[in-house]
Design a binder for this molecule. Structure first.
Ligand code: G1P
Length: 283
């Protein structure tokens, strides 16, 4: 299976940090956001990845490229741990790039991958969203997709204040944590939302999605919405994801993700917790 990582968005919610750098390159503790996303795909068994970029996204390509100068210098200085780490990044997967020429929505961005994907089901991992779990989110989705067929979406229960920012699912429970989708609504008003189950930014899509993307009209925000195209598909399932999801385009979620990731490292965990305790005592 191949994966598509859309990373063409402007990052407006994170200005001014994203004025001259892609939001996907914002570090979460010690790694850029998109590296977590690529690692999730790789850890789910996917090593052929296409990243949809746009204007100003060159640092993403540079990050996954080989850096001769850096490697030469690290070698010279005997910093072999760092050397190994940077070499591993450029060997993570086969990564291809295509540019979305105009900001025209997530659906349009996915459509840019059509020729690369061909006629097979594929994974979509939003480049500004990271997940943390024992079994990678995309792997969990692949397993549900294998069982039920059809497009499969990861969902989470949302608090009310988030509903208007997400695609929302109207579905019927078919087994614990799995729903057959009847309808999807992109960014509904709270009063019109069919549930509190929101699309989280991880999908397995069947290739007929490309025909649907070509036949739908622009939706919310005047853009081609992936949610609207999935809504045209026959056989769609949604599954609640076991783990934590962070939308890095949101400053508060970014901050929480950095703290949570730092806590996963034994050598810094105590220092971070001591610092947080000190802050709580002071405030
Ligand atoms: C996109 C999708 C939306 C989904 C969200 C998750 O919206 O269109 O359905 O719930 O990602 O982050 P965006 O955040 O690009 O506006």
């Amino acid at each position: 299976m191949k994966a598509v990582i859309p990373a063409a968005g402007l990052g407006t919610r994170f200005l001014p940090a994203t004025k001259a750098q892609p939001k996907e390159m914002l570090p979460v503790f010690n790694k850029p956001t998109i590296q977590y996303v690529v690692e999730e795909a790789v850890n789910s068994g996917i090593d052929d990845i296409i990243i949809i970029t746009g204007k100003g996204k060159r640092p993403i390509e540079d990050h996954f490229d080989k850096s001769f100068e850096l490697e030469y210098n690290l070698n010279l200085k005997g910093k072999y741990d760092y050397l190994e780490e940077v070499q591993a990044i450029s060997n993570l997967a086969d990564i291809f790039y295509v540019r979305q020429k105009k900001q025209n929505g997530l659906g349009d961005a996915i459509n840019c991958a059509k020729k690369h994907i061909g006629d097979e089901p594929f994974a979509v991992l939003l480049g500004d969203t990271i997940t943390y779990s024992e079994i990678p989110c995309t792997k969990q989705l692949i397993d549900v997709h294998k069982k039920y067929g059809g497009s499969t979406i990861a969902i989470e229960e949302l608090p009310e204040y988030k509903i208007e920012r997400y695609g929302i699912v109207d579905g019927v429970n078919v087994e614990e944590n799995i729903y057959k989708v009847n309808n999807l609504v992109e960014k509904p008003k709270l009063a019109d939302a069919p549930s509190n189950l929101g699309i989280t930014g991880r999908y397995i899509l069947t290739p007929d999605i490309f025909d649907k993307l070509n036949s739908i009209e622009a939706g919310v925000g005047g853009e081609i919405q992936l949610t609207d195209a999935i809504n045209e598909q026959e056989n769609v399932y949604a599954t609640t994801f076991e783990g934590t999801i962070y939308d890095i385009g949101n400053t508060m979620e970014w901050l929480k993700s950095s703290i949570d990731m730092a806590l996963t490292y034994d050598d810094v965990r105590d220092e971070v917790l001591d610092y947080l305790r000190q802050k709580i005592a002071e405030n």
